[in-house]
Design a protein around this ligand. Structure first.
Ligand code: AMP
Length: 383
C-alpha cells in the first residue's frame, strides 16, 4: 500500500546527528518541514538545525519509540544505527529506507553476499572468522589483499592491508579477532559512485557517475561528471538502478565502484543514504541529494537531477585546523576570495585530524577545472 504523502509542515525524524543529517535538515526546513533528531550527543551538526534534539542512547528503545511517536516518518543519516533501533522506530512511524536495507548494508559480509547472490559485480572476497580462516582465505583470494571488519567500518577504519603472508598476524590483530572480510586488492583506474534516489512507487533518478579520489581511505575530492566513457557511466547507473530495485530502497543510496584497469566495474560498497560524493549536488543540481531524500521519505514526486555545470567538491578535514602542534583557524577570507568557491561547514565545535569539518564546492566549464578550483580553494586555507 502506497502511503499518503507527508506534506510540508509535518515533522521528520532523523536517527543520527552528523553532517548528513544537518544538510538533510537544511533541505527539510527550507521546504517548511520540522525536524527532530535523535543521537547520544548534544549540540550536534544536525541538532543545530533541528527543532528538537533528543539526546539518548540508540539502545534506549523506549526513548526511540517516544521519538518516533512524535514524527510523521523516520530516516537515518548513518547506517550504523542498530537494527533494533530501526525496528523500535518502525513500531510508531514509517522508517525509510526500511530497516532491512540498513541491516544488509551495515555489514560488509551480508552486503557482499547479497550483491554476489544477485549477480552484481564485486571484488573477490572471503569470510574470515578465525586466524585459520584468514590463512585459508589468503590461499583462495591471493595477495595483495585487504582485511576489513565486517561491521561498523567506514572511511577506511578497521582495514588492514596484507601484502605478504607475514602481514597476516598484524591484520588479524588489527581487526581485533572479529568477524572480517578478506578482499582482493583492486588495481583501479579510479573510484566512482552513483548517487541515486528511488521513490516508493519505483521512480528512479540519478546524478550520473562521479569520480572520487581518496586519501588515507577518506574521500578527498569528487568530480562530476566522472571523466570516463559514456558507456561505463551508463553501465554504472544501470547497476545502481538494479541494486536499488533489488533492495526496494525508498530514499537515496550511493553505490561506490572501482573502475578496474581492465575496464570492469566492481561494486566496493553501498551507502543507503545521501553520500559525501553527492554533496556537490547542493550547489550544482536543480534538486540536491538531500532534497531527494526528503521527497522520497515523504512520498513526494522526485525532483530534477539536472546539473547546471560540471562540478567538484573537496573535503575539509580537521587536519586543516591542527597545525604545528596548535589549533589555527583556516584562512576563510582567502578561500572565499575565489568567487566560484562555495563553503559548507558542519558546526562541529572541535577539529580533530581525520574528522570531516566541512567541504568546498565549485562549478566550472569542465570537471577538471572545477577540481582545480576546489583544490586551490582548500590550499588557500592554510597558505
Ligand atoms: P571502504 O571503507 O571499503 O570504502 O575503503 C576505503 C578506501 O580504501 C576505498 O575507497 C579505496 O580507496 C580503498 N580500498 C578499499 N578496498 C579496496 C580494495 N579491495 N582494493 C583497492 N582499494 C581498496
Amino acid at each position: 500500500m502506497i502511503m499518503q504523502p507527508i506534506l510540508p509542515g509535518a515533522t521528520i525524524g532523523v536517527l543520527g546527528s552528523g553532517q548528513l543529517g544537518r544538510m538533510f535538515a537544511i533541505a527539510a526546513r527550507r521546504m517548511g518541514y520540522r525536524v527532530h533528531t535523535f543521537s547520544p550527543e548534544f549540540d550536534t551538526p544536525t541538532g543545530q538545525i533541528s527543532d528538537v534534539e533528543i539526546n539518548a542512547a540508540y539502545h534506549d528503545l523506549d526513548a526511540v519509540r517516544n521519538f518516533a511517536r512524535n514524527v510523521a516518518a523516520v530516516t537515518f543519516e548513518f547506517e550504523n544505527v542498530p537494527a533494533a533501533t530501526a525496528a523500535a522506530a518502525a513500531e510508531k512511524a514509517p522508517v525509510r529506507p526500511a530497516g532491512e536495507v540498513l541491516h544488509i548494508t551495515q555489514h560488509r559480509l551480508r552486503e557482499k553476499t547479497f550483491l554476489e547472490t544477485h549477480g552484481f559485480p564485486v571484488t573477490r572476497f572471503a569470510a574470515v572468522r578465525s586466524r585459520q580462516e584468514l590463512d585459508d582465505a589468503i590461499a583462495r583470494i591471493q595477495l595483495p589483499a585487504i582485511l576489513k571488519t565486517a561491521g561498523f567500518g567506514y572511511d577506511g577504519k578497521g582495514q588492514f592491508r596484507i601484502a605478504r603472508p607475514g602481514d597476516a598476524d598484524a591484520a588479524w590483530q588489527g581487526v581485533g579477532g572479529q568477524e572480517a572480510v578478506l578482499e582482493a586488492m583492486v588495481d583501479f583506474e579510479f573510484e566512482m559512485s552513483v548517487v541515486a534516489v528511488r521513490s516508493e512507487s519505483g521512480a528512479f533518478e540519478h546524478y550520473g557517475a562521479i569520480r572520487n579520489d581518496h586519501v588515507g581511505g577518506i574521500l578527498d575530492v569528487s568530480i562530476a561528471p566522472a571523466p570516463c566513457d559514456d558507456r561505463i557511466a551508463r553501465e554504472a547507473v544501470e547497476i545502481a538502478r538494479s541494486v536499488m530495485e533489488e533492495l526496494s530502497v525508498v530514499g537515496v543510496l550511493c553505490t561506490e565502484f572501482f573502475l578496474a584497469r581492465d575496464g570492469r566495474l566492481l561494486i566496493n560498497e553501498l551507502a543507503p543514504r545521501p553520500h559525501n560524493s553527492g554533496h556537490l549536488t547542493i550547489d550544482a543540481c536543480v534538486t540536491s541529494q538531500f532534497e531527494q531524500q526528503l521527497r522520497a521519505v515523504c512520498g513526494l514526486p522526485l525532483g530534477s537531477t539536472y546539473r547546471c555545470r560540471p562540478s567538484a567538491m573537496a573535503n575539509l578535514l580537521g587536519d586543516l585546523w591542527c597545525r604545528r602542534d596548535a589549533m589555527v583557524e583556516p584562512d576563510w577570507n582567502s578561500t572565499l576570495a575565489i568567487p566560484d568557491a562555495k563553503l559548507h561547514l558542519y558546526g562541529k565545535a572541535q577539529a580533530r585530524p581525520g574528522r570531516k569539518m566541512g567541504h568546498i564546492t565549485a562549478g566550472a566549464e569542465t570537471p577538471a577545472e572545477a577540481g582545480r578550483i576546489v583544490r586551490e580553494a582548500r590550499e588557500r586555507l592554510t597558505a
